[in-house]
Design a protein around this ligand. Structure first.
Ligand code: FAD
Length: 287
């Protein structure tokens, strides 16, 4: 399945993001999560890739197992900052051998790349997109940021760069997580006005703790609406209360996104199934 074709069908697309685990115990947990989430028939799962460039084959291997053993459709994340063109070609060849034909082309974060591992061949994701497009065989996606990428001087400037990435061959976009739907819809309007005309899958993540909210919002520079902040503060320390509140908030957000025309949902799972399952069940029973 090429995700770009699936998105053209017009029916909503549901997906989950996983990251490659580092221990045997976490691997077992992830496989349980994948089994549980498979029961919800996601259109695809995506697998992140460390931008350090040190372990690209962990992502390739996990993609292969999730496809061959679990029968899941895969979008493999591929970061380029720490790789040469030859290394990228090797990774792509590995993916193609496993019949994985969807790639999310990313730059990666410079602070994750040790000085010695930094290669000069790629500076931005659009260059990787252009290479992948030229070589063929993949449906190519890219990342986007409804509240702008942290390094961009303004949302408008970021969208100019995003247009270059789409012009280079990105056929769909997946957003950074956000908690305020107004940001997504305003972003869509601005992107469309700038000529970005590809499907934009919204990325959602249920918050499970006060510290987590602080860490993610600081790192990704995304806003937290007052209602969400108050709820997280109210339920901090109460695991069940927090879970209920958080799932309810994300489910409401998801329903409003779909009702407003979003092509589907991409759920950041942190390799856990419970919240993602609850949200998707809530959403699917409401439509
Ligand atoms: P780009 O599209 O290259 O943009 C990066 C910045 O450069 C932006 O500010 C943009 O405006 C600017 N820019 C672009 N082109 C130019 C130019 N020609 N001149 C000047 N400025 C320019 N990280 C990981 O390490 N692994 C992952 O698996 C991963 N998955 C992700 C999945 C999603 C859906 C998202 C939203 C992010 C993900 N990230 C991941 C994080 C991502 O790598 C970082 O946010 C990174 O800093 C930017 O990557 P990008 O592909 O968006 O970069």
């Amino acid at each position: 399945m090429k995700l770009s074709d699936r998105l053209k069908s017009g029916t909503k697309v549901y997906s989950f993001e996983f990251y490659p685990p580092k221990t045997a115990e976490d691997t077992a947990k992830l496989f349980n999560t994948a089994l549980e989430l498979k029961a919800l028939s996601p259109d695809f799962v995506s697998v992140t890739n460390s931008s350090s460039g040190v372990t690209p084959y962990r992502t390739v291997a996990l993609c292969g197992v999730l496809k061959a053993q679990f029968g899941l459709e895969i979008v493999a994340h591929l970061t380029c900052l720490a790789h040469t063109r030859t290394e990228i070609a090797e990774i792509c060849s590995g993916l193609k051998k496993m019949d994985i034909n969807n790639v999310l082309a990313l730059r990666g974060d410079p602070h994750n790349v040790e000085a010695g591992a930094r290669r000069s061949e790629y500076s931005y994701a659009a260059q990787l997109v252009a290479d992948l497009k030229r070589d063929g065989g993949f449906s190519i996606g890219g990342a986007c940021y409804p509240e702008k990428h942290p390094e961009a001087p303004s949302l408008e400037a970021d969208i100019v760069r995003l247009k270059e990435k789409v012009d280079a061959g990105a056929e769909y976009l997946i957003t950074q997580l956000f908690f305020d739907n107004a940001c997504y819809f305003k972003f869509l309007d601005k992107a469309a006005a700038a000529g970005v005309r590809v499907p934009v899958l919204p990325g959602l993540m249920p918050i499970t703790g006060y510290k987590q909210m602080q860490n993610f919002t600081k790192m990704m520079q995304v806003g937290v609406p007052d209602e969400l902040r108050r709820g997280i503060e109210r339920w901090d320390g109460d695991k069940d209360g927090m879970f209920k509140f958080s799932v309810e908030y994300a489910s409401r957000q998801a329903r409003a996104l779909l009702a407003g025309g979003a092509p589907g949902l991409h759920l950041y799972t942190l390799n856990r199934s419970k919240a993602a399952m609850a949200i998707l069940k809530n959403v699917k029973t409401a439509i």
